[in-house]
Design a protein around this ligand. Structure first.
Ligand code: SF4
Length: 313
């Protein structure tokens, strides 16, 4: 089957099975036409929870499908590519976090959403890249253990002055951004504003004109593209799919990816073929033990309550 036929078959099958298809914004563009929702992992899981679908097909990586299961325990959650596992999420586990908590018993544990259900369950509160600074600010009178992303944790430490014990985890896609990448991009596109994701290293963040989550970067471009002079544009410092999607929407000469190497290969494991087979065979189903799910949900709910209070997006 070609892509067009596959898209038609998938749409037909998802109706028949009362399924909802979630597509993370780092997924291949070919997957986008079958999506009911496209966006960040938590926003997708929350959207799916509001539907009356029987099945959620999560085009993303393992921890994202787990988050969907945490919020929708009665729905069948399917990950089309069983080997789509986030390396950063695997850099922390329940045992290693319990050890760290024993070392700092007084600390509040703040865990980035890009983590396993098991690690979320050991945490006091979850955060996203969009609200991490606000969440850390809220707890800054206490000692904080921040897992698993050391760059996001270090950025929060820098902005809030909080006493944070950093976990030694990172997202390889953003960790590989360098001053050299910026030098080349700025040289090739001299009048462009540099927007970067806070999972990037400190020296990269220090030179950025804007630091934000993928949705904040996208919103910044949407709100400011109309104000640009003729020779100005944006350099997008996150996974290339965000820049690619913006290039589809706006004139190409306005949007550049910071570096072509910023590709999450785990995210790219999902293909249209796999989505079709996942729906057809209802595989691979994701399960989260109930005791872990309930504790992880508590940490997620705490974040949602705080986010509402701060008005973080
Ligand atoms: S982009 Fe980074 S954090 Fe996201 S799934 Fe890939 S490795 Fe994990």
């Amino acid at each position: 089957m070609n892509d067009k036929e596959l898209v038609e078959k998938i749409i037909e099958l998802k109706k028949k099975k009362n399924a909802v298809i979630l597509v993370h914004s780092y997924q291949r563009q070919e997957i986008h036409p079958v999506a009911d929702f496209i966006g960040d992992s938590l926003a997708l899981a929350r959207e799916a929870a509001k539907t009356d679908a029987d099945m959620i097909v999560f085009c993303g990586v393992d921890f994202m499908a787990e988050s969907a299961k945490i919020l929708s325990p009665k729905k069948k959650v399917i990950l089309p590519s069983a080997d789509a596992k986030c390396p950063m999420a695997m850099m922390a586990n329940g045992d290693s976090l319990r050890k760290m908590k024993k070392k700092y018993p007084e600390a509040v544990v703040i865990t980035y959403i890009n983590s396993s259900a098991e690690v979320k369950a050991e945490s006091d509160v979850v955060c996203t890249s969009a609200n991490a600074v606000d969440i850390v600010e809220f707890y800054k009178e206490k000692k904080i253990i921040f897992t698993p992303d050391k760059h996001l944790g270090s950025y929060c430490k820098e902005v809030t002055g909080a006493d944070i014990v950093l976990w030694d985890g990172y997202c390889y896609v953003h960790d590989e951004f360098s001053i050299g990448d910026i030098y080349i991009a700025k040289h090739e596109h001299p009048n462009c504003v540099l927007l970067v994701h806070p999972e990037s290293p400190k020296d990269v963040l220090e030179i950025a004109d804007f630091i934000g989550s993928t949705s904040q970067i996208t919103r910044f471009v949407e709100e400011n593209i109309g104000k640009l002079e003729d020779n100005e544009g944006f350099i997008i410092g996150t996974e290339v799919e965000i820049g690619n999607a913006l290039q589809k929407k706006y004139p190409k000469e306005r949007i550049y990816n910071l570096a072509d190497h910023a590709v999450c290969t785990q995210m790219k494991r999902t293909t249209l073929d796999k989505v079709y087979n996942a729906l057809l065979n209802e595989e691979t189903e994701i399960f989260v033990d109930d005791d872990i799910r309930i504790k992880a949900l508590k940490a997620l709910d705490t974040m949602l309550e705080l986010s509402e209070k701060f008005g973080s997006k």
